[in-house]
Write a protein that binds this ligand. Structure first.
Ligand code: ATP
Ligand code: MG
Length: 160
């Protein structure tokens, strides 16, 4: 588990860009946090670092969007999913198998439908305006050996 703090959307984007530098094909990242916590902001910084030049916008109404960069990015927002069965329409297994990275906003809501191998980024409002407490944890093995690198590259935002 790694605890970080940012004080602006730009900082959250920079932090996300650092995480993206470590991303490889078939990675899954869950973004967890309240409305406006910064999940889409995170994805924007993440995508920028993957070399995506198209504007990344919230997929709230479309559920899923796809962007091309160094790696393809699948950006999902499952806020509107009410039943796990609806997840089937997203064809997640196909998305997760490709030469791409998948980022899911509100991913904690569909955990039973996901492989138990992902990085979880939790964003919480801090005590000051624009402050966000960010907790990074992992489930499964694929991020395990990269956790030390995450700790190192995110050092400037670290909260001990
Ligand atoms: N430290 C911060 N990190 C991220 N966003 C911040 C921060 N401080 C302020 N903000 C602002 O908070 C808002 C975050 O919006 P964003 O759309 O990224 O949230 P979200 O978690 O995706 O919300 P939703 O659940 O509606 O999808 C933006 O307006 C952004 O400018
Ligand atoms: Mg969003």
């Amino acid at each position: 588990m790694f605890n970080a703090r940012t004080n602006s959307a730009e900082e959250t984007q920079q932090l996300a860009a650092c995480v993206a530098d470590l991303a490889v094909a078939r990675d899954l990242i869950l973004l967890v946090g309240d409305l406006g916590a910064g999940k889409t902001a995170f994805t924007q910084g993440f995508g920028r670092s993957l070399g995506i030049t198209d504007a990344i916008t919230s997929p709230t109404f479309t559920l899923a969007k796809e962007y091309s960069g160094r790696l393809r990015l699948h950006h999902l927002d499952v806020y509107r999913i009410e039943e796990l069965e609806e997840v089937r329409d997203l064809a997640l297994p196909e998305l997760l198998e490709g030469e791409s990275v998948t980022v899911i906003e509100w991913g904690d809501q569909i955990v039973p439908a996901l492989p138990q191998d992902y990085l979880e980024i939790r964003l919480e409002y801090g005590s000051k305006e624009n402050e966000r407490n960010i907790t990074i944890s992992l489930v499964g093995t694929s991020w395990k050996e990269r956790m030390a690198q995450i700790t190192k590259i995110l050092d400037r935002w670290s909260v001990r």
